[in-house]
Write a protein that binds this ligand. Structure first.
Ligand code: PNW
Length: 494
């Protein structure tokens, strides 16, 4: 039919960047090798293994610390333009502070970067993807008022050591998720806090992370940009939230939800006026007095801080996975301030017809990348975007023929093309993930890789899934061919 012929004719421009993403704790392993310090995930998985669904940890994970050459070979097989990985803070700075730089840690990332550059694969480096050194956590971690200075010091070490070859930096991965107990379970909020102090800590974390981000960005701008000529941004999780009905109540619930999910971090950086989003601030202030507080738990920015944070990103990194409908909750939450970022008096649900992944929160929703970026674009003055994560989970257990993942990626590609057709400044796309890895609280029970990793094999053998072949075909041919089926499951480097 016409539809599919037209679809097949839409092409990705030659300069559109296709890549894949990972994160240090989820793939590296070698948790205590060569001078690496302990981080919050080492600490928590070793001391409270029951908190991880299968009791597992990232001690070995995909063992990328020893397999980085194979990882780069996979990138070459796929024909990737870029690879997004994160740096393990405690591997570089075992004490958490910049007083002691671990040469073996620097060497590992140098080797990885140089191996990638040999084959023209651009590194996209996430400075912090959730694996905070335990030494800093013991001092209160992201709640310590000095956190933003520690982060700036750490960022400087990274810019100094890798900035000559790395041209793309992402300060934080998904700051909101890091600040929230419900998703992370480990990190900022894992202090057996009461509901109200957990609300307070969530907001404090948000402000501290934003200040840390801004300090790192301004450092890059001032001392490294001219010399190295790169760019620095942030990655925020942006899913699509749509009102369930057209009633003003649902419209407002959806808007509050968006502000709580991503506006919280996007607004201070990307909006014209800066600071936290207005409606969210108002609702929080109101709820605070209802609950008997003297002021809102949301630490406001001073005018000076607002200016300091505003405009501190050369691009907007978007982790996008799915969409939800939002409706006003029939019963308001018991504590109006707790968990506010994800439950301000509202309730979210996915459409029953949307295909389901192995992760409870992830379904295949129609055209949600385009819907999200369209709104961000108008709200934040047409920034440059990268999709820094997007992907699909399946259950553990061998299935190289991952047709549901193929369906998800093809749908994403159509949504990307819709963005490009509309003139959205979308420059690249990173699949999550290059390989199966440690999926945080879910351990190894949910798999996001387009390469399978055999976690029972000491060598951690990697094998391409069908989705890897399909992604490769798209990258090479610059369009989505719905008829394409890999002839064999053997990969080659073209
Ligand atoms: C991201 N959600 O987390 C993280 O950046 C990755 O480390 C992680 O492995 C990947 O997505 C898959 O989970 C998210 O509920 C977790 O919308 C949950 C959501 C979004 C992102």
């Amino acid at each position: 039919c016409y539809g599919s012929i037209l679809k097949q004719q839409r092409r990705f421009p030659d300069d559109f960047i296709f890549g894949a993403a990972t994160a240090s704790y989820q793939i590296e392993g070698a948790w205590d090798e060569d001078g690496k310090g302990e981080n919050v995930w080492d600490h928590e998985t070793h001391n409270n293994p029951a908190r991880i669904k299968d009791g597992s940890n990232g001690d070995v994970a995909a063992d990328s610390y020893h397999n980085y050459k194979r990882d780069v070979e996979m990138m070459r097989e796929l024909g990737l333009d870029a690879y997004r990985f994160s740096i393990s803070w405690a591997r570089i700075l075992p004490t958490g502070f910049a007083n002691e730089v671990n040469p073996a840690g620097i060497a590992y990332y140098n080797n990885l970067i140089d191996e990638m550059l040999k084959y023209n694969i651009a590194p996209l480096v996430t400075i912090f993807h959730w694996d905070l050194p335990q030494t800093l956590e013991d001092l209160g971690g992201v709640l310590n008022p000095l956190f933003s200075d520690w982060f700036e010091d750490y960022a400087r070490v990274i810019f100094e050591n890798f900035g000559d070859r790395v041209k793309n930096f992402i300060t934080f991965n998904e700051p909101k998720e890091y600040c929230i107990l419900s998703l992370m379970g480990i990190g900022a909020d894992d202090k057996n806090l009461t509901l109200s102090s957990s609300a307070v800590s969530t907001y404090l974390c948000a402000k501290n992370l934003l200040m840390g981000h801004a300090k790192a960005y301004r450092l890059y701008d001032k001392e490294f940009r001219e010399k190295h000529g790169g760019q620095c941004g942030i990655t925020i999780s942006v899913n699509w939230f749509e009102p369930a009905t057209e009633t003003p109540e649902d419209e407002f619930a959806a808007e509050l939800r968006r502000q709580g999910e991503w506006g919280f971090f996007a607004h201070p950086i990307f909006s014209a006026e800066g600071g936290f989003p207005k409606e969210l601030r108002e609702v929080l202030t109101e709820n605070s007095s209802v609950e008997g507080y003297t002021c809102s738990p949301l630490p406001d920015f001073t005018e000076e801080e607002k200016d300091f944070v505003r405009g501190t990103a050369d691009f907007f990194g978007v982790n996008h996975y799915t969409a939800y409908f939002v409706t006003v909750a029939k019963q308001p939450p018991g504590n109006l301030l707790a968990n506010v970022m994800n439950s301000l008096d509202n309730f979210i649900f996915a459409d029953d017809d949307w295909p389901k992944s192995a992760s409870g929160w992830l379904t295949l929703a129609p055209n949600s990348i385009f819907k999200s970026l369209s709104l961000l674009r108008t709200r934040y003055n047409d920034p440059i975007f990268y999709i820094t994560e997007n992907g699909w989970s399946t259950n553990e257990g061998r299935d190289l023929f991952d047709d549901d993942r193929v369906q998800y990626y093809r749908a994403s590609m159509e949504s990307l093309l819709n963005c490009l057709d509309a003139g959205i400044k979308l420059k690249g796309y990173m699949a999550w993930s290059l390989m199966d890895n440690f999926e945080w609280m879910q351990g190894y029970t949910e798999r996001f890789g387009i390469y399978e990793v055999d976690f029972s094999d000491p060598a951690r053998k990697r094998t391409p899934k069908k989705s890897a072949f399909v992604y490769k075909h798209i990258i090479k041919n610059r369009y989505v061919d719905y008829e394409y089926e890999p002839e064999t499951m053997t990969m080659t480097i073209d």
